[in-house]
Each structure stands twice: as C-alpha cells, then as structure tokens.
Ligand binder design. Sequence first.
Ligand code: E4P
Length: 217
Amino acid sequence: MKFFIDTANLDQIKEAQALGILDGVTTNPSLMAKEGIKGEENVTQHYINICEIVDGDVSAEVISTDFDGMVKEGEALAKLHPQIVVKIPMIKDGVKALKYFSDKGIKTNCTLVFSAGQALLAAKAGATYVSPFIGRLDDISTDGLNLIAEIRNIYDNYGFETQILAASVRHTMHVIDCAKIGADVMTGPLSSIEGLLKHPLTDIGLEKFLADHKKNQ
Ligand code: E4P
C-alpha cells in the first residue's frame, strides 16, 4: 500500500518524507489556500518545491471545469515536473480530459469520487488514480469504507489498472481499514500516519528495557 500525505504544508511533507515511508503527495485548491499560496507563479513554484522534497507522485488539481481549459491547465502542470499527476474532477468534461491525458501518457488522479459508478467511469477513461473521498461520505452517515470495497471488487472483476487512492482519510483506523480492503494508496494527514506507530505497550516495554539495562551497569 502506498502512503501519500494530503497537504500543501512543506514542513509536514518534509517530516513525512524523513520517516522514509512516503510515496507521494496530494494537494487541492483548499489545501493550497490554507497555506496562503496565491497567484499562478506562487502556485506553480509551490508544486515544484513539493516535487523536490518527495520521490513520488504529486497531485496538482486543475481549476477549469471545461474540457479545453482542463487540457490547457493539465498540460502546463504536467510540464512543471515529471512527478506531477494532473488532478481532474469527476464531471462530464473531466471524463473526456482523463481519456485525453491517458492517451497522451500523462498521469491523472480523478478526484471528488463518491460512488462506484463514478469510479467505474474513471477506470474506463484510463485514470491512473481514482480518489474516493471516504471521510466526506462518513460525514453524511454513509459508509466510506464500503465504497472502497465496492470499487476494489469492480476493478478486480475486470482487471482495471486504475489505482484506488483512498482520499479524505481522517484518522489512523481509516488507514488500517483501507489496507484490509486492499486500497492501493491512501492519502491522509500526517497524524493519520503517525498514529500507526503508537501503542502504550511499546512505550511501557521500552521504559522497562531501558530501566533494566541501567540496573546492570
Ligand atoms: C484528496 O485528494 C483530497 O485532497 C482530500 O483527501 C480531501 O480530504 P478532506 O475531505 O479531508 O478535505
């Protein structure tokens, strides 16, 4: 399972990269705004900065919602750095743009996916990644993890190569449950990754080992 971090915060990206387990980064316009990154020049430079920190794929989202606009923006984003993955919303023109980029060998991440039908379309259009937003489904009393399981089933039935990127991951149990179901990738905050290493018995055990070692000195 690949681990992506879902942020545009360079310090958090560096921290996750330093752990040695980071496979990529996802961003979106809200995450960029949260970091105060405004204006085309700053935005493009920020994507380049992120690519220089991590070794893996970095999703950069288009703002246009029409086919021509998405193609123009996506092509410009893809030229910024070989690690850039063009993030395209699941709308009608978005499906056309996914197919266009797939035919050109440009990697894509189909975002804002909330149903198995949308995920099926994204795979048919040749998306590299599909991003079902599990946390936002949970927020409206709908089982986000069940969507991951449905997509896994559909993709396995037909051997679709589109990778399931569990997005809108909010906590560590989401990460574990996505791994059990077989999501290819998860993207979440640094806290969802760091939560994986915590166990009170590890802390108690280490404290005892160190105390016993001291006694023997
Ligand atoms: C995915 O690529 C999105 O950036 C993200 O996971 C959305 O998460 P949120 O629902 O916590 O905003």
